[in-house]
Design a protein around this ligand. Structure first.
Ligand code: SAH
Length: 346
């Protein structure tokens, strides 16, 4: 909740003073648990813990990459559901990848998050709670560090949980809260076109990432069920609208998949389709998901694809693979834990 909501809750529901609301707000911003709110009376702390949870998300396990310091978190929610996140250390600050749903119902063929469908939406507090939990974790080691950038690229489709995600964006940006600039936040979508138009009208200067993964409808439909609902042209038009409304360039995510979308003629076609749009293409050699029969192409093919885009004046980079030794990709860790739990039961 934001400062106003907290005050209403404390004054109207708990019949406590505005001063107390201020104290509680300060503790919450620091990620404290109710037990640790030491300037409140024991009686008030007890009442609070009966009606509220300060931290709805807890890190159950964390794994640090030996290669690049990327850290992966397995979080537990209060109802026992598991979600995951990745913290990447870049020179421009720590970047946290957060989830917006437990599971996902978009059904992309290459993605581990969607294998069991969507379990439920995350609340705004649970999305925010991932940032608070990551901050607590890294500050235990170094009080100067904090999450600086956020990418909504974990499990789930953010625009399929629209209201909670917009609420989260407003909360995380609140000066009395985590105060993270919206310009440091990227939202990634598989292309829910009507919601992309809604989002452009929110007036939030968030970077939009669009999971494209194909140069045309035919290939896109093979790997992304959403492409049956909205055509390639409709998606591009919604991206153009976002650029026009926000003045920010769109980032296209393009996972390179062997024998499917990674030939130079696909690069040619992609360049032709994107011509004139203010954008950048992020090429991601597919992270192999063992449940799926899809793999990344070899390095030569990846480099040739990039070269061809550049030749056609499309700004593009190959995304550096991070945390390869810790199941860095989307949904893979939760998957592994669920599989192991199932194996233990069988
Ligand atoms: N639902 C949103 C955000 C979550 S996925 C979306 O579709 O954009 C974040 C990104 O990871 C998306 O671009 C997604 O397509 C990509 N992704 C998922 N599985 C992947 C895999 N196995 N290899 C590479 N990228 C993957």
């Amino acid at each position: 909740m934001d400062g106003g909501e907290l005050e209403r809750f404390v004054v109207e529901e708990l019949k406590e003073s505005r001063f107390r609301a201020g104290q509680i707000g300060q503790w919450l911003a620091r990620g404290a648990d109710i037990d640790g709110m030491t300037n409140l009376s024991a009686a008030l702390r007890k009442r609070l813990s009966e009606v509220a949870v300060a931290n709805p998300v807890r890190i159950l396990e964390s794994y640090k990459s030996q290669i690049d310091e990327t850290e992966k978190f397995l979080y537990a929610l209060t109802d026992g559901n598991l979600i995951e996140g990745v913290l990447m250390r870049y020179h421009h600050g720590d970047t946290l990848c957060v989830s917006t749903q437990v599971g996902c119902r978009m059904g992309c063929a290459f993605c581990a998050s969607t294998l069991d469908g969507r379990v439920r939406n995350l609340t705004p507090g649970e999305i925010l709670g991932q940032v608070a939990a990551a901050n607590r974790h890294i500050q235990a080691e170094d009080p100067q560090r904090r999450v600086h950038n956020i990418v909504l690229m974990g499990s789930g489709e953010p625009l399929d949980n629209y209201d909670n995600v917009v609420r989260f964006l407003k909360l995380v940006n609140a000066p009395e809260g985590l105060n993270i600039s919206l310009r440091n936040i990227s939202l990634s979508t598989c292309g829910l076109v009507p919601r992309m138009y809604d989002f452009a009208n929110e007036g939030l200067p968030v970077t939009l990432s669009l999971s494209l993964h194909a140069p045309n409808d035919e290939i896109r439909r093979k790997i992304m069920p959403v492409a049956h609902a909205y055509t390639f042209d409709q998606v591009l038009a919604a991206c153009k609208n976002y650029v026009d409304k926000t003045g920010r360039r769109v980032i296209f995510e393009y996972a390179l998949i062997r024998d499917l979308n990674s030939d130079v003629r696909h690069a040619e076609e992609l360049a032709r389709r994107l011509r004139g749009l203010r954008c950048h293409v992020n090429l991601i050699p597919l992270n192999d998901v063992k449940e799926r029969n899809l793999a990344a192409p070899d390095r030569k093919t990846v480099d040739a694809f990039l070269k061809r885009l550049e030749l056609k004046h499309i700004s593009a980079t190959i995304r550096r693979e991070m945390g390869a030794d810790i199941e860095g990709a989307c949904g893979q860790l939760r998957r592994k834990v669920l599989d192991e739990a199932k194996a233990a039961k069988d």
